[in-house]
Design a protein around this ligand. Structure first.
Ligand SMILES: [Zn+2]
Length: 286
């Protein structure tokens, strides 16, 4: 079996947006590719069903804001043991948070104590990229402040962290030096071999997704690899131009097994064990 350790399949708004830009058949829907799909094919339940049919038996729905984390939580509550969720505020939100739009400092606390299926804090981190296609990058000070707040939350609750880091590794490592006990995964790693090495020395897992199939990025050793889709983004080759979904973990697993020179079965087994270890997941009830 396989686990998608990072997806946004609970987020119907993002799927609607992706669908408006990529009206092309996915391999899981045997439809004429010249016709756009209905959003009805991409409800969280239907995406999950296709994932399970493709041996992706557990998924982690990753929150990117307070409201989005609530959606992830509610979807997880419908599928206990199969769907898990994480509470996160993406670094792009940092300026909004500190300009007063954050509901309340106690809001995350309330949500976290009342919830089951919560396995991590994330995605949180630092993103210093500038320009399109992102609407705007938050100021570095606010990003660091938000990241530290989220790390404290993870530390207090002894939860692992899903890191989002882009063009910001030196600040990332500097912040983490103050949180030596934090465990986590560097999601969608796409930086230099040096920063990969440093991340591994810190003990973190590395999230590998469809990006590895079309971009030149250094790969971690198998015993530190987690499989993820980041769906609906980053569709693996040869399905570029279609919308990503959790079922594509299978294609990412197949691709990486060839790259790393192991069998698909071994790839699946070890990455699944890695995910269980980091997120303390129970085996699914079958
Ligand atoms: Zn993501």
């Amino acid at each position: 079996m396989l686990i998608d350790t990072h997806c946004h399949i609970h987020d119907t708004d993002t799927y609607k947006f992706a669908l408006s830009r990529q009206p092309v058949s996915s391999k899981f829907l045997k439809k004429d590719p010249s016709f756009p799909h209905e959003i009805g094919d991409f409800t969280p339940d239907k995406i999950l069903e296709r994932a399970i049919n493709n041996d992706v038996k557990q998924v982690i729905c990753v929150g990117t804001s307070h409201e989005d984390s609530e959606k992830a939580r509610d979807f997880a509550a419908k599928h206990p043991g199969t769907v898990f969720w994480s509470y996160g505020i993406h670094p792009d939100e940092a300026d909004n948070i500190y300009s007063g739009e954050f509901a309340s400092e106690t809001e995350p606390e309330k949500m976290l104590s009342a919830s089951s299926g919560l396995v991590a804090i994330g995605e949180v981190g630092l993103d210093y990229r500038e320009g399109a296609p992102r609407p705007g990058v938050s100021g570095k000070n606010n990003q660091v402040k938000l990241f530290e707040t989220m790390l404290q939350l993870a530390s207090d609750r002894e939860l692992p962290v899903i890191f989002h880091v882009r063009d910001a590794f030196s600040d990332f490592f500097a912040v983490l030096n103050n949180f030596p006990k934090i465990t986590g995964v560097v999601h969608s790693f796409s930086d230099s071999p040096e920063n990969l090495k440093k991340s591994l020395e810190k003990g973190y897992f590395i999230g590998v997704n469809g990006l590895a199939t079309f971009a030149d990025i250094p790969l971690p050793p198998l015993e530190r690899t987690l499989l993820e889709t980041d769906a609906p983004f980053l569709t693996p080759k040869p399905f570029r131009g279609t919308i990503n979904e959790a079922a594509h973990i299978r294609d990412i697993c197949a691709y990486l097994s060839r790259e790393m020179g192991v069998s698909e079965q071994e790839m699946a087994q070890i990455t699944t064990e890695n995910a269980r270890k980091l997120f303390r997941l129970q085996h699914p009830i079958v």
